[in-house]
Ligand binder design. Structure first.
Ligand code: BDR
Ligand code: CA
Length: 315
């Protein structure tokens, strides 16, 4: 098939990560070279297990999963069991996957894949703290010029933060890693909370997912019903923001989204605003543009795409 995009998914499943992985697995336009996992929502042993569970639920034992960093570059790990539950994927019946974990470290896999493929052919989708990607850039700086683009879920602009008043979770957990990635000179598309807060798991949308009827759809509906309880209580909203699938949807249908190129910096020094992204939307700083920051999304178009693709997993 022509026009297939080769991707690495760097992730910390997480129910919304599971939704993103399923969307990618269901999409023939994407060739998943590997899934790398990192400590984030839950410790890395669990994210590495969870990624394999998700692949198996989708009947994809051919996917290679690599475990990576077990903590941020220079901070203690902060996890989010209070949202995702003890396992990271609470809400579904979990099992020990038979898909083996690859022996290679995630960082080595990222470096080797970029060095072993033609320039500008591999896209990295980051759904988690940026520790693995920053470590790969530190280990082999020349990979920066080889990456086609990084599409990341992280940060916020006018929505503020979700873990502190200022910071979004993925940025908060490892701001030093985010700083390395933002300054690497790689083309970046950023999906901040401003976008993902428009993608709510309403009960009508979850019913559509559950109605697909295959095990992956049922498991995902169960996970998302668990996942949304925290955000519904917190925001008083109709559902939870489906953060991470926005990254995959952007690769499939960029016309659903709009944003602009501008400068983004991340706060690493202040305790009060640790991990806050400072988005120069109005281009007043004179600092170089280092990211395409997305701010709006066609919500209905997104959920139509998401549900239509998930249904294909059954075929
Ligand atoms: C991000 O943090 C995690 O809890 C989610 O999986 C998502 O990647 C949202 O802030
Ligand atoms: Ca995530």
């Amino acid at each position: 098939m022509t026009n297939v995009t080769q991707i690495i998914i760097d992730t910390d499943p997480g129910q919304d990560d599971a939704a993103a992985i399923m969307l990618a697995l269901a999409s023939p336009e994407l060739d998943i070279l590997g899934i790398t996992t990192v400590a984030g929502n839950v410790p890395v042993e669990l994210t590495a297990r969870n990624a394999r569970i998700v692949c198996e639920l989708c009947g994809r034992k051919d996917i290679k999963v690599f475990a990576g960093a077990d903590r941020p570059l220079c901070r203690q790990l902060f996890t989010a069991e209070y949202i995702h539950g003890k396992t990271g994927l609470d809400g579904a019946e979990l099992f020990m996957p038979s898909l083996p974990l690859q022996e290679k470290h995630a960082t080595d896999f990222i470096v080797d894949t970029l060095m072993g493929n033609p320039m500008h052919t591999v896209t990295i989708c980051t759904l988690a703290p940026l520790t693995n990607v920053a470590m790969a850039l530190q280990a082999r700086p020349s990979i920066a010029g080889r990456i086609r683009q990084i599409v990341m879920m992280g940060g916020g602009f006018s929505e503020g933060g979700n873990v502190t008043p200022a910071a979004e979770f993925n940025m908060f957990v490892d701001p030093e890693a985010a700083e390395i990635v933002l300054h690497a000179g790689v083309p970046i598309t950023m999906m901040p909370l401003d976008v993902t807060h428009q993608l709510l798991t309403t009960s009508e949308r979850l019913d559509r997912i559950a109605a697909i009827g295959h095990p992956a759809g049922r498991a995902l509906a169960g996970m998302l019903r668990f996942f949304e309880r925290y955000d519904i209580a917190k925001y008083g909203s109709e559902g939870a923001p489906l953060h991470d699938p926005s990254v995959i949807a952007w690769l499939l249908k960029p016309e659903l989204f709009s944003g602009r190129h501008c400068n983004v910096e991340v706060e690493t020094r202040s305790e009060l605003t640790r991990g806050m992204t400072v988005v120069d939307w109005w281009r007043v700083s004179g600092r170089p543009h280092n990211a395409y920051v997305v701010r709006s999304v066609d919500t209905r178009g997104f959920f139509d795409l998401f549900t239509e693709r998930l249904a294909r997993l059954a075929a």
